[in-house]
Design a protein. Structure first.
Length: 525
């Protein structure tokens, strides 16, 4: 059945995925009697998290409690069926929850399924305005008969985050649960733009974020469409107890993967057995509009540093490249990961994760080299590649056992990215590494004899577009001089400040424009 919609049409395949009235009346009262001597982990959400009667429909926050030691922490499932971010607040459920929150508690916040509904109608009137801005709309609510100012989805999330912090507690934002909607063998990843808006609010407010959608979607795609269909006996949105437990376990995996994880000291034996999500702490983005082509960026911290939030004043050029492209024509998706090399970006799973998001007609721009130096076999192993672009290899011992890894040259890894991308119908673009702030005889030191030159040679040999960032940026630095260049760095010589990252992004665009045939020209602003 791969590639087709579910055989039996289900009643909620459209944007408004509201639970039926039966679900609402069957929802148990909020759990607001936690043990005051213990910290509490609260859940605020809709029917996909709420407790419901029977095994046919179940929210994930019910089995979620089984992953924790209730002698150490209260699990208070305050999710309420049928509520949006707006109505969870306006109908008083948020104030009830907040009244019980104390210092050092945690509140998980997950909304979106019901926010796409109608803003004002006589039955529910629960939709929020789209986006994360400050737009408002005044209504005379047909349900409550009260005058109301309706805000954006992001405004309501922002309020919840601020309210939790005002109590001395910690908010964590979650993306949506996954609906049983498939297209060409792939399950839907997010209803509308709610996942992206949640991610943006998390970044703006520096709030931990767990990408439940991607974690569950990855799991579902390994299970297959037929198996997943059995988890949704009623509609596309609401899962049974098995589906609830899958979601719960992956929420735990995401929480364990945060750095630092806020829950590891509260887990039960079942929770301890869950493998942490290795990517959770990075907040790696995915395409905002899957119907558009995407430009993916892969590389190290000079492209995207840490979580991509400017920690320590350090920014990568990939954080600002999107400003030069028309978002109505292309997505710019920065999947670079700090500390990686051309070798470790593959071995640690980041390349496969990025490649899984790519489709025919997309682009991938790569820049590696800063972390490829060193010995590929001596401690600490794992990221140094062999020098050059040849076919030489060496066996390196993998820590923690007797297994070994075949280590290749820097050029070999670049060629693998190029080959893999083209096999997916994706256009690769190679960049040489940005220069460090190292001067000699009044000029910035280039890397033409090593990684910059090797990248250029691989691009030439594979007929791949090449942007010589090393030379373009170094030339700009030479003109500016040492004093002005110092302000472009947030550390002694490698990581750029916001101003430096913006300049480097401009240099990427300049390099693209210098190509004999720029494959991205039509998407630039």
């Amino acid at each position: 059945m791969a590639g087709a919609q579910s055989a039996t049409p289900k009643p909620e395949a459209v944007a408004n995925t509201a639970p039926t009235r039966d679900f609402i009346t069957n929802t148990v009262p909020l759990n607001l009697r936690p043990n005051p001597a213990l910290p509490t982990l609260f859940v605020a959400g809709d029917s996909t998290a709420a407790h419901t009667v029977g095994q046919d429909i179940q929210g994930w926050a019910t089995p979620f409690a089984n992953y924790f030691d209730t002698n150490k922490v209260n699990i208070a499932n305050c999710a309420r069926a049928g509520r949006s971010s707006r109505t969870f607040i306006t109908q008083g459920y948020w104030d009830q929850l907040l009244a019980k929150v104390k210092s050092n508690d945690i509140v998980l916040i997950q909304f979106g399924h019901n926010d796409a509904g109608t803003i004002n109608d006589p039955s529910r009137a629960r939709g929020s305005l789209p986006g994360i801005g400050d737009e408002t709309q005044e209504i005379d609510n047909l349900v409550t008969k009260q005058h109301e100012v309706v805000h954006t989805f992001g405004w309501y999330l922002r309020k919840m985050v601020a309210d939790v912090r005002a109590k001395g507690a910690r908010p964590i934002l979650l993306s949506l649960t996954v609906r049983d909607i498939w297209n060409q063998g792939k399950v839907e990843r997010g209803s509308g733009h709610f996942d992206q808006w949640t991610r943006e609010i998390a970044k703006e407010t520096r709030t931990p974020f767990v990408d439940v959608t991607d974690l569950v979607a990855d799991k579902y795609e390994t299970m297959g469409q037929d198996a997943v269909m059995k988890l949704y006996p009623h509609d596309h949105t609401h899962f049974n107890a098995v589906g609830a437990d899958i979601h719960a376990s992956l929420v735990v995996a995401g929480l364990k993967g945060l750095r630092p994880s806020p829950v590891t000291h509260w887990l039960s034996a079942k929770g301890e057995a869950v493998e942490p999500d290795r990517f959770a702490w990075l907040y790696l983005p995915r395409p905002l509009n899957p119907s558009l082509p995407s430009l993916f960026l892969i590389g190290d911290s000079t492209v995207r540093n840490g979580r991509g939030d400017g920690a320590g004043g350090q920014w990568g050029w990939g954080d600002y490249l999107g400003e030069h492209f028309d978002p109505t024509k292309i997505n710019v998706v920065n999947r670079a990961v700090g500390g990686t090399s051309s070798r470790s970006f593959i071995n640690e799973g980041y390349w496969d994760a990025a490649l899984a998001l790519m489709k025919k007609g997309d682009f991938v721009m790569m820049q590696f080299g800063h972390n490829d130096n060193g010995s590929p076999t001596n401690p600490p192993p794992g990221r140094a590649s062999l020098k050059g672009i040849g076919e030489e290899t060496v066996e390196a011992k993998i820590p923690g056992g007797n297994k070994t890894e075949t280590v290749h040259t820097y050029g070999w890894y670049l060629q693998k990215y190029i080959t893999d991308a083209r096999a997916h119908g994706v256009t690769p673009i190679v960049c040489s590494l940005i220069p460090r702030k190292t001067w000699k005889d009044g000029k910035v030191v280039r890397n033409k004899d090593t990684f910059a030159g090797w990248a250029e040679q691989v691009a030439h040999d594979t007929d791949t577009p090449f942007v010589d960032l090393n030379e373009i940026i170094a030339s700009r630095y030479d003109v500016l001089g040492e004093e002005k260049v110092n302000a472009l760095f947030a550390d002694p010589h490698t990581h750029t400040s916001e101003a430096g990252a913006k300049l480097n992004a401009e240099c990427v665009v300049d390099g693209l424009k210098q190509l004999p045939s720029d494959p991205l020209a039509q998407y630039l602003k």
